[in-house]
Design a protein around this ligand. Structure first.
Ligand code: 5AD
Length: 348
């Protein structure tokens, strides 16, 4: 294993079989995590970039088998924040020093493109980056959002295994999701994708293919986390993904995509009390503190016990910063743009 890891550390390339061998290895993974930490430090430095997450709506017309926001779930109260309210939360985060605002929602038609553009324009009056995480749209919609100031877009592929994708996402279309990712790249967004780790029937071969897909797409951001069974979904009795396997996928992804911005995701924190710290020490360089008001946040339940770091007050935000510094890291002071320039030529 050490030879493989050293190879990845210097060449940033591994074959599918090599990735699978690392994922299947059931001994201690310290060497892998240390290598990923070294690559993280060498390529993107010690800065931890903070992104303010605003979950502005939980209505969704999709039926993803694993997700608590699926349209069939009648046990949660649905909400759609008013544009004014979204802007107010964004301003509060900006006042606390956040330089990236992430606007996330279920997939729905509640907010038309014009409304979203108005929200974006208002937030862009301040010197911040805007990341959207609002699902599948057409090229023209993505284009308008970009022209009005959106900088980045997160759209997880969830799994590159087409058969599994179809099972997990009835009525959705794998080709269309791919089309979205390519459109976003073409339009010059910083693009983020990622996978759920530990979906039912998912194999380590399939996870190895996911990692190679991230590399082929040369994405700027990667969101990775364990699948956590939600009792309000059809997958309630499934096993769920393991923390260790998720951490390995994260570490190998860092070795292969040295310049990517990779968060210590909420799902990682939910599975292990030390999750954030372990992720930061195995390749992650981003944290997305949650700014959604508590009364809404309780209904944004993708999965149970969804933690998320609540830093909505100045004191709690300062505590988070202190924690990061205590880890031996620094706080990113700028927007934390990706240093991996979007290779648009490939996509034009
Ligand atoms: N467990 C873990 N992650 C989940 N997501 C949705 N449902 C779950 C779950 N049960 C993730 C999806 C989506 C992101 C916003 O939340 O990967 O892209």
């Amino acid at each position: 294993m050490e030879t493989l890891i050293k190879k990845a550390q210097t060449t940033h390339n591994l074959t599918k079989e090599e990735i699978k061998a690392l994922l299947d290895y059931d001994g201690r993974n310290d060497f892998l995590f240390e290598a990923a930490n070294e690559v993280r430090k060498r390529f993107v430095g010690d800065d931890v970039h903070l992104r303010a997450l605003i979950e502005f709506s939980n209505t969704c017309s999709n039926s993803c088998l694993y997700c608590g926001l699926r349209v069939q779930n009648q046990e949660i109260e649905r909400y759609n924040m008013e544009p004014k309210q979204i802007i107010k939360i964004a301003k509060h985060a900006i006042e606390l020093g956040l330089k990236t605002i992430v606007l996330q929602s279920g997939e729905d038609k509640v907010y038309d493109t014009e409304t979203l553009c108005e929200i974006i324009k208002e937030i862009k009056k301040y010197d911040v980056a805007i990341t959207l995480s609002i699902g599948e749209k057409n090229f023209e919609e993505y284009k308008k959002l970009k022209e009005n100031g959106a900088d980045r877009f997160l759209l997880r592929i969830e799994t590159t295994d087409e058969k599994l994708y179809k099972k997990m996402h009835p009525a959705m279309n794998f080709e269309n999701r791919m089309r979205c990712l390519h459109d976003l790249k073409k339009l010059g967004y910083e693009v983020g994708t990622g996978s759920l780790i530990g979906l039912p029937e998912q194999t380590t071969t399939s996870l190895a293919e996911d990692i190679l897909f991230f590399k082929k797409m040369n994405v700027q951001m990667l969101g990775l986390g364990p699948f956590i069974p939600n009792p309000q979904t059809p997958l309630k009795n499934e096993a769920g993904g393991s923390f260790e396997l998720s951490l390995k996928v994260l570490a190998i992804s860092r070795l292969l995509l040295p310049l990517a911005n990779i968060p210590a995701t909420t799902a990682m924190e939910t599975l292990s009390s030390n999750g954030r710290r372990l992720a930061l020490n195995a390749g992650a360089n981003v944290i997305m503190p949650n700014f959604t008001d508590d009364n809404y946040r309780k209904n944004y339940n993708l999965y149970p016990n969804k933690n998320g770091i609540n830093v909505s007050t100045k004191e709690s935000f300062n505590d988070l910063k202190k924690l990061i510094i205590a880890f031996g890291r620094t706080i990113g002071q700028d927007k934390g743009n990706s240093r991996n320039v979007n290779d648009q030529q490939t996509y034009n």
